[in-house]
Design a protein around this ligand. Structure first.
Ligand code: FAD
Length: 569
């Protein structure tokens, strides 16, 4: 039997990969294959249910990668969740649809990319099928600015069918106002500060989660030029033997459902969309990476690309519990987004200076903690851009999610949005399914802990401010016995390090930046040193965004698909 041949092979049928596969296969003369390690989950109620968040964790559709022990954060390992299914992590995520601060997308220009908020906005809208809230939903807090939303895209974005009522949103609004945090009529407009009731990747008509497969694949299964290989685990790319100076990928080797090794041939391109904790590993397994990583494992260096797997960034999340005297039903998400001045008031300017003066030390510490692949001067440049975002552009740096109390208990979730710490991810074996060394270096740098501590203090303030405090009767975790009212940073810091988890917003492991700054791909997603390998997934995002990642990834993938199409015209 001859080896199947396609114009394009997409490795990873996840949030980003399915967008690219869909758009490329719009042209019936173009053939596209998707290689996806997981199965389809169309009828999996852990996925589809509006209130099912968390139910898929630890099941067969959760990769549940394990990090290295986090030596700056209590020495424990962390579970790093990611979806293993057609639809990828969009099948298990929290469905929050929240973009970014416009200045954050604009900052990508400073690292060599021709992308701005205004150039990406049409792609956010292109992906979106925005379901306008009903009058009833508006009365429960749903609000939007129509100019920022698309109504003709495939991805349903809406407020949940059954929203939380009983004035919970107005109670929260009054609480945040008491803390001087204004109402934000549409936090997806590029300006995130304030309190808002956010929309979700949710299909209100069907009352189901909207994942990437529901949006971008299932309605298109009849396309004869689009094939999906499920339960198929990609191992590595293969290369053409021509002697050109740039490497040309001509196929992908994978293990099929029965465990047999198979191969597909690519005539035009291979697109890696396996997620930020996989795409860099596939590059390394294919000989694209840092020679010191590859040679140690006897992998022939096809492309010397030293920064593959570097720049790994994530955030840290903490949950706190409350008893409550009221019980709400329905779904809905309520967020307060705070910036540096909200957190540090009159001392913000002084703290900005302190952090600025610490950037060289941060760069040194990062060099030490990451094996020095990215040098001190480069890190300093990257950190300066981030410092500007935090203290000059004043992007939001704290996210406080308030869940409506149900069964008489309430839950707050919060995280610092702009940590500086960077780590890395590398293969430890030539066996593609062997675990990798994944090290986010949580809390390596003191800003990150301070950001988390003052986010925690802010969250507690929210819970103890009226009128919310009339509903949340007492704090059960951490509780004032464990973290007293006027607890020091040290007490807060110890507690936070003992309970935090990954926020699952891993980025930048094949960063879109100039080569000089440690980039792996250009703003066309093409891997430097290759003629036809692109990375289109969370691996490319150079700096953390304050929103949640999925909306920005859908937009970026839409943009990437246009670029790929144009380059083959
Ligand atoms: P993925 O969607 O993960 O796709 C990668 C695909 O590649 C997967 O299908 C995977 O199975 C496949 N794959 C991997 N390796 C191989 C291989 N070797 N061969 C073949 N296939 C392979 N973001 C939000 O915007 N809102 C939220 O509420 C939110 N909550 C989250 C909650 C959780 C628990 C998690 C884990 C993430 C959350 N995120 C959220 C983040 C967001 O969902 C992800 O960043 C995003 O979906 C990642 O998209 P991706 O295209 O990079 O990768």
């Amino acid at each position: 039997k001859s080896t199947p041949r396609y114009d394009f092979i997409i490795v990873g049928g996840g949030s980003s990969g399915l967008v690219v596969a869909n758009r490329l296969s719009e042209d019936p003369t173009v053939s596209v294959a998707i290689i996806e390690a997981g199965d389809q989950v169309f009828n999996n109620t852990n996925v589809t249910s509006a209130s099912g968040y968390g139910k898929a964790f630890g099941t067969q559709i959760d990769w549940a990668y394990e990090s290295e022990a986090q030596v700056y954060a209590g020495n424990k390992t962390q579970i790093l969740r990611a979806g293993k299914a057609l639809g990828g992590t969009s099948t298990i995520n929290g469905m929050t649809y929240m973009r970014a601060e416009s200045s954050q997308i604009d900052s990508w220009k400073k690292v060599g990319n021709n992308i701005t908020w205004f150039s990406l906005l049409p792609y956010y809208k292109k992906s979106e099928y925005f379901e306008y809230p009903t009058e009833a939903q508006i009365s429960m807090g749903a609000s939007y600015l129509p100019e920022f939303h698309g109504t003709e895209g495939p991805l349903s974005v809406s407020w949940p069918t059954e929203m939380v009522g009983n004035n919970f949103s107005s109670t929260l609004n009054a609480t945040f106002q008491a803390l001087n945090l204004p109402w934000n009529g549409d936090a997806n407009s590029g300006s995130m500060r304030g309190y808002n009731v956010f929309p979700k990747t949710f299909d209100r008509e069907l009352d189901l989660r909207e994942d990437a497969a529901r949006a971008y694949y299932y309605p298109f299964t009849t396309r004869p030029n689009l094939d999906v290989y499920l339960n198929s685990f990609a191992q590595r790319l293969t290369w053409s033997n021509d002697n050109s100076s740039v490497a040309f990928a001509n196929g992908v080797v994978f293990t099929d459902e029965s465990g047999k090794e198979q191969r597909l041939l690519a005539t035009k391109e291979v697109v890696l969309s396996a997620g930020s904790l996989r795409s860099p590993l596939l590059l390394e397994l294919s000989g694209v990476g840092n020679p010191s990583v590859l040679e140690g494992l006897d992998i022939e260096v096809k492309v010397n690309s030293p920064f593959v797997g570097e720049n790994l960034q994530d955030q840290t999340t903490v949950d706190t519990d409350y008893t409550a005297n009221a019980n709400f039903s329905g779904a809905g998400g309520f967020i307060g987004y705070f910036n540096a001045t909200d957190l540090w008031g009159n001392s913000t300017a002084a703290y900005s200076k302190t952090v600025k003066a610490s950037l060289e030390r941060y760069a040194n510490m990062t060099v030490q903690a990451t094996g020095g692949v990215t040098d001190r001067e480069t890190l300093l440049k990257l950190f300066q851009i981030q410092h500007e975002l935090i203290f000059e552009d004043e992007v939001v740096i704290s996210e406080v999610i308030v869940n409506a109390p149900s069964s008489s208990s309430g839950l707050l979730e919060y995280w610092g949005l702009m940590p500086f710490s960077r780590g890395n991810i590398h293969i430890k074996s030539t066996n593609a399914s062997a675990p990798a060394a994944i090290n986010p270096n949580f809390f390596l740098l003191d800003y990150d802990l301070k950001q988390q501590i003052d986010t925690a203090r802010t969250a507690r303030k929210v819970a103890t401010t009226a009128p919310l405090s009339d509903i949340l009767t007492s704090e059960t975790t951490p509780g004032f016995d464990v973290v007293p009212e006027n607890a020091t940073d040290a007490v807060w810091g110890d507690w936070l390090k003992s309970v935090y988890r990954s926020n699952y917003h891993y980025i930048s492991t094949a960063a879109m930046m100039s080569k000089e700054l440690g980039g792996v791909v250009g703003d066309d997603h093409l891997v430097y040193g290759t003629a036809n390998v692109r990375v289109v997934d969370a691996s490319v995002i150079p700096f953390q965004v304050s929103g949640h990642l999925a909306s920005t990834l859908y937009a970026l993938a839409e943009r990437a698909a246009d670029i790929i199409k144009a380059s083959h015209q």
